[in-house]
Design a protein around this ligand. Structure first.
Ligand code: ADP
Length: 218
C-alpha cells in the first residue's frame, strides 16, 4: 500500500518536501492557512486544502490521524508549530516530523513527542561551512553531536597507498566505509585496497578523529 503523507505549511521547506514527495509518486495532502500558497500546490499534491491546523476541529475533519507521516513545516510562527504538533500527537498520528526554527523550539518539540525534529537552515549552514573550511571535504552528515560521516577527496598524499598502509583505523580511530571511484562504488573496501587520486572516501568516526585525519593527510 502507498504511504500517505500530509505536509502542513507550504513555505520554501514544506513546499519543497511536497514537490519531492509528489515526484516520488506518493500521496500527499498539502495544507496551509494561506489560500494563495494552497492554490500553488493544487496540481502538485494529491489534495491541497486551506486550513488553520492550530484548530483541532480542522485536523479532525481532514482525517489527518490516518496519515502515515505528517510533516509540520510552519516556519516562523513557533506557537502555531508547537500547537499543531501537540494536536497531531493528541489525535494519535503515528509519525510526526517538525521543522524547528531554533534550539528552544526544538527542545519543546521533542518534549511534546515530535518523532523527528529537523533544523534545515542550521544544518545546511553547518554543512556548507564545513566544506568551505576544508577543501577536501565534499559533504558530511552529522550522526550525533560528536560523530559524522564525511566525504573526503583523496589527494596525492593518500593516492597509491592501501588502507592497511595508512593504518587509518589504528592511527585515527576512523573507518573508510566506502570508496567512490568514477562510476563505481566499493562498499566496505578490503584493507589491501589501494586508494587512487581523486577517489572519494566515505569515512565514519568521531569528529575529533576525522579532523585529525583531515589535518594530517590533507
Ligand atoms: P519557510 O521558512 O519554510 O519558507 P514560511 O514561514 O515561509 O517557511 O512558511 C510557513 C508556512 O506555514 C506559510 O505558508 C504559512 O502560511 C503556514 N502556516 C503558518 N501558520 C499556519 C497554521 N496555523 N496552519 C497552517 N499553516 C500555517
Amino acid at each position: 500500500m502507498k504511504k500517505e503523507f500530509a505536509v502542513i505549511g507550504l513555505g520554501r521547506f514544506g513546499g519543497s518536501i511536497c514537490h519531492a514527495l509528489a515526484e516520488e509518486g506518493m500521496e500527499v495532502m498539502a495544507i496551509d492557512v494561506n489560500e494563495d500558497r494552497v492554490n500553488e500546490f493544487a496540481r502538485i499534491a494529491s489534495h491541497a486544502v486551506v486550513g488553520d491546523t492550530t484548530d483541532e476541529s480542522v485536523i479532525k475533519s481532514l482525517g489527518i490521524r490516518n496519515f502515515d507521516h505528517v510533516i509540520v513545516a510552519i516556519g516562523d510562527n513557533i506557537q502555531a508549530s508547537i500547537l499543531t504538533t501537540l494536536i497531531l500527537k493528541e489525535v494519535g498520528v503515528k509519525k510526526i516530523t517538525v521543522k524547528a526554527t531554533n534550539d528552544y523550539h526544538a527542545k519543546v518539540l521533542r518534549k511534546i513527542g515530535a518523532d523527528h525534529v529537523v533544523h534545515p537552515e542550521r544544518d545546511m549552514g553547518r554543512r556548507i561551512a564545513h566544506s568551505i573550511v576544508s577543501n577536501n571535504v565534499l559533504d558530511y552528515l552529522e550522526l550525533s553531536d560528536e560523530h559524522s560521516i564525511v566525504e573526503i577527496v583523496a589527494n596525492e598524499k593518500l593516492s597509491g597507498h592501501s588502507i592497511i598502509d595508512l593504518d587509518i583505523r589504528a592511527k585515527y580511530g576512523i573507518n573508510i566505509v566506502a570508496i567512490k571511484r568514477e562510476n563505481e562504488i566499493i562498499v566496505s573496501p578490503q584493507a589491501n585496497e589501494k586508494i587512487q587520486f581523486n577517489d572519494i572516501l566515505i569515512v565514519i568516526g568521531a569528529d575529533v578523529d576525522i579532523n585529525r585525519f583531515e589535518k594530517k593527510v590533507m
